[in-house]
Design a protein around this ligand. Structure first.
Ligand code: ATP
Ligand code: MG
Length: 236
C-alpha cells in the first residue's frame, strides 16, 4: 500500500513509509501531548512534496497555529500564500457569525458551522487533510449523532482519496466510548508518564492500530525539540 510521509523520519520508519494513502488516521492524547505538532509535520511535509492540503481548525486561532508552525521550523505560511494549503477555521467563523447575528438579537444557538459543510465543497485535487480537533463534535452531539457525523466526514474524505488525520483530545475520545478509534483506519495515541522523583516526563507514541500495515514496534518514546517531534526509541 502506498504511503504519505508523516514528516517525522522515525515515524516513517515505524510505519513502513508513513500514513496509508487515502485513509483516515485518528490521533488522540491528553492536552499538550503533541497532537497538533504531529499534524503540522504532516502538512508541512505534504506541502513540501507538492501536495494540496487542507487544515480545519475547530478550537484554536489560525494565527496561533501559524506561529506555532513557524517556531518549530515547519512554517506553513508560504504554502498558505501560494495556495497549496488552505485553512478553514470553524471557531473563528462561528465567532464572526455570532457578532453578526447578535446585531439582530439572535444568540449562539442559532449559529452552527459544520465541518461537513466545508468538506462537501472539497476539490478532488486535495491530497492531505488535518482536522484539529474533532472533539468539538463530542460536545455538540450525542453518541449516535457523533457516529453519524464522523462516518460522514470519513466517507467524504475516503471518496476523495484524501490521507487524513483526525485529531481528537483524549477526554472527548473517552466521552464518545472510543468509537472513533474503531471507525478510523489507523489509531495513534500519544501519552505521557511523569516521574515525580526525577521531575522528568516520558512521552510515548503508541500505534494502536494501522490496518494494512505490520507495525513491529508499537510503543516508542519521543520528545519535542525546537524542530518538532523526534522519535527516540522504537526504530526498527
Ligand atoms: N515551538 C515549540 N518549541 C518547543 N516546544 C513546543 C513548541 N510548541 C509546542 N511545544 C511543546 O509541545 C507540546 C505539545 O504541543 P501541541 O500543541 O502539539 O499539543 P496538543 O496535544 O495539540 O495539545 P492540545 O490538546 O492542548 O491542543 C506543548 O505542550 C509544548 O510544551
Ligand atoms: Mg492541539
Amino acid at each position: 500500500m502506498e504511503s504519505l510521509s508523516t514528516g517525522i523520519e522515525g515515524l516513517d520508519v515505524l510505519m513502513d513509509g508513513g500514513y496509508p494513502k487515502g485513509k483516515g488516521i485518528l490521533v488522540t492524547g491528553p492536552p499538550g501531548a503533541g497532537k497538533t505538532i504531529l499534524g503540522l509535520h504532516f502538512l508541512h511535509r505534504s506541502c513540501l512534496e507538492g501536495r494540496k492540503c487542507i487544515l480545519i481548525l475547530t478550537r484554536e486561532l489560525t494565527e496561533d497555529i501559524l506561529n506555532q508552525s513557524r517556531s518549530l521550523k515547519l512554517d506553513l505560511k508560504p504554502f498558505l500564500e501560494n495556495g497549496q494549503l488552505s485553512i478553514r477555521n470553524v471557531f473563528e467563523d462561528k465567532m464572526n457569525k455570532i457578532k453578526f447575528v447578535s446585531k439582530f438579537g439572535k444568540g449562539l444557538c442559532s449559529v452552527d458551522t459544520d465541518i461537513i459543510e466545508y468538506l462537501s465543497a472539497i476539490s478532488s485535487e486535495v491530497d492531505a487533510v488535518v482536522i484539529d480537533n474533532i472533539g468539538v463534535m463530542a460536545i455538540n452531539y450525542d453518541i449516535k449523532e457523533f457516529a453519524d457525523e464522523f462516518s460522514s466526514i470519513s466517507i467524504i474524505l475516503l471518496k476523495h482519496e484524501c490521507t487524513s488525520l483526525f485529531i481528537m483530545d483524549e477526554d472527548s475520545y473517552n466521552l464518545t466510548h472510543r468509537l472513533a478509534g474503531y471507525m478510523a483506519f489507523g489509531l495513534i495515541r500519544l501519552m505521557s508518564q511523569e516521574n515525580f522523583s526525577s521531575g522528568k516526563t516520558k512521552q510515548y507514541l503508541y500505534i494502536e492500530k494501522m490496518r494494512s500495515k505490520a507495525v513491529p514496534v508499537k510503543y516508542s518514546i519521543f520528545d519535542i525539540t525546537p524542530e518538532g517531534m523526534r522519535i527516540i526509541t522504537g526504530m526498527k
